[in-house]
Design a protein around this ligand. Structure first.
Ligand code: MSP
Length: 571
């Protein structure tokens, strides 16, 4: 084979490998404040989807990072008396730490101040310019620095300011706007209305469905105005220069959005494109569903396959804000209740299509009830040496479930239906619904335990009956443990280790009831799966300050037969 044809085969193989990649991204975070639970939510949702795809066998590229240019960051650095780059380094590290604490297993962490990214943005500018999509114009209108957003008159409104005098704010975000009059380069956004509507014809392109409706309404209500995509350098110092005119810096949203192309590996060939899923909050829908696909189409790239949009977290019913003092810091919250509990709560309680409310007390209640009681207690009962004297995962057959009476049959039915139900929900980004089904199946297993009372059978030395019950419940735990890997990775891994499920047997295909012909020894780690979190005091929940009670020594719930709650349920 000639060298040329060898090269071509190698590059086609590389392209094939790249095409197989499932590319998912978070938005990149502004580095003007410390990470809060809203940021954690975006990250955790993305991480769950990435992990879910991985255990379904996909090769995943999961990207995240920080958005570091623009007036907002320039002003934050000045207010902090710091050089902008140094300032960005500090907060970007905080985001990285917070994301890692939340067990988000990203593949690439991009910072828009990196050289690889600046090169891509300038290259894209040149492409857009060469294709005739950029012209020099002027802008006279409103600008919201907090959102880095150009707004028309109708997109703003007047509200009473802190001193009672009226101020103008963005009608959408409620943040103050300023009047700008300046010369800048413009992008012919107006030319892409039809292309955008075409892209939106595919119903799954923006999910949940109500957000697709919003975008279509914006596009059809009135003509799209062209978009300013540069700022004079004397106004915006902290940005990427326009390659053909260094007296201008590139508009931060054009810069930020192309981070997704940088992490894809562009301009090296082959690169991973288009993104399969881009997770975003509802506040940045316009940028991702209008500007972003328009820029891409204009530059000759395919727009993303799907935007997954989520709503916002409020705290105790109020928008999180520094002035109210109710911002829940990710690292503090995770340290207080454990990353597992924080992740679990965000996913179990967070409904992407509507706003969600965060309360420390509710978090503790949900985590204790689902992870400590429903899941942890069941594991303890199945594996505690007082009952499971041989320390085994017993053999189990379908007939064994039915031999346990109606409760056993109910558990069996619930267990065999579970994989389909959960896959459908996870595919649709409805993790909270998937978790609800999982918890219901666990409840069925707890009812079997409760009604059959293996601890009493053990006293009567009826060990075959004991292992029949344990077998059904351990099999349930195995299936559930595999399904919960994307949700609570370290807890699931501890659970599956205890059940001695081989690492090769933890893919999504293994999350299905399977007759276990041979018993197997349990794993060695007998420690509690999830330690109950001490009850939060209502006052602490309201202020969200770490409190001694919740941080103090936690009582481990000992396994001694039925809990009070379960007794009540039984009645
Ligand atoms: N830098 C832009 C994104 C550029 S992407 C090319 C940005 N950054 S952000 O830090 O303000 O927000 C990042 C993500 O956090 C967004 O998806 C946003 O919706 C999300 N959240 C910010 N506050 C939130 C809540 N209170 N609740 C849930 N998510 C929220 O926008």
């Amino acid at each position: 084979m000639s060298l040329a044809s060898l090269k071509s085969v190698t590059s086609s193989l590389a392209k094939l490998a790249i095409d197989e990649r499932f590319y998912i991204s978070t938005p990149i975070f502004y580095v003007n404040a410390a990470p809060h639970i809203g940021h954690a939510y975006t990250s955790v949702l993305t991480d769950v989807m990435a992990r879910y795809q991985k255990i379904k066998g996909k090769k995943v590229l999961y990207a995240t990072g920080t958005d570091e240019h623009g007036l907002k960051i320039q002003q934050a650095a000045t207010a902090n008396n710091e050089d902008p780059k140094k300032y960005c380094d500090g907060i970007s590290d905080q985001f990285k730490e917070a994301i890692q604490i939340c067990e988000c297993d990203y593949d690439d962490y991009i910072r828009t101040t990196e050289e690889r990214h600046e090169k891509v943005v300038q290259k894209i500018w040149t492409i857009l310019e060469e294709k005739g999509h950029i012209y020099k114009g002027s802008y006279e209108g409103w600008y919201c620095v907090s959102d880095e957003d150009f707004l028309t008159e109708t997109q703003t409104k007047e509200v009473p300011g802190p001193d009672g005098k009226p101020i103008r704010v963005s009608a959408d975000s409620g943040r103050p706007v300023e009047l700008f009059r300046e010369e800048n380069y413009k992008f012919r956004l107006s030319a892409f209305q039809k292309d955008l509507l075409k892209w939106l014809e595919n119903e799954s392109v923006v999910k949940p469905v109500q957000f697709r409706g919003d975008v279509i309404a914006w596009l059809t209500k009135e003509e799209l105005p062209d978009l300013s995509i540069s700022r004079p350098i004397d106004r915006l110092k902290w940005g990427i220069p326009v390659p053909s005119d260094p007296s201008h810096n590139i508009y931060v949203w054009l810069d930020a959005l192309f981070n997704y192309l940088t992490v894809a590996g562009y301009p090296d060939e082959p690169y991973v494109w288009p993104p399969n899923i881009q997770v975003i909050g509802k506040d940045i829908l316009k940028f991702h569903a209008i500007y972003w696909p328009a820029f891409l189409i204009a530059a000759g790239f395919e727009p993303p396959k799907q935007l997954l949009v989520h709503c916002h977290w409020t705290v105790e019913g109020q928008k999180m804000s520094k002035s109210i003092g109710n911002v829940v810091n990710v690292v503090e919250a995770a340290e207080r209740v454990s990353p597992t509990a924080l992740r679990y709560f965000l996913l179990r309680q967070g409904v992407p299509g509507s706003d969600n409310d965060f309360s420390m007390m509710q978090l503790i209640n949900v985590a204790n009830s689902d992870l400590a009681d429903n899941l942890g207690n069941l594991l303890q009962r199945c594996t505690g040496p007082a009952i499971n004297v041989d320390q085994i995962a017993p053999s189990i057959f379908e007939a064994d479930f039915h031999a346990l009476g109606q409760e056993g049959t109910d558990l069996f039915n619930s267990l065999v239906q579970l994989p389909d139900k959960v896959s459908k929900r996870f595919d649709d980004f409805e993790f909270y619904m998937g978790l609800q089904s999982i918890m219901l199946t666990l409840k069925c297993a707890n009812i079997v335990m409760q009604s059959k009372k293996p601890w009493e059978l053990k006293k009567q030395n009826k060990m075959d009956d004991v292992y029949l019950i344990l077998g059904a419940c351990v099999e349930t735990l195995r299936v559930v443990g595999i399904m919960m890997q994307p949700i609570v990775p370290s807890l699931s891994s501890k659970l599956l280790d205890r059940l001695n499920v081989d690492a090769s047997q933890r893919t999504w295909n293994h999350a299905i009831f399977t007759e276990q012909v041979e018993k197997r020894p349990l794993g060695a780690d007998q420690t509690i799966l999830f330690k109950r979190i001490a009850e939060a005091q209502p006052t602490a929940a309201a202020t969200n300050k770490p409190n001694v009670a919740a941080n103090g020594p936690k009582k481990e719930k000992q396994e001694k037969g039925p809990s009070k709650k379960e007794k009540k349920e039984k009645k």
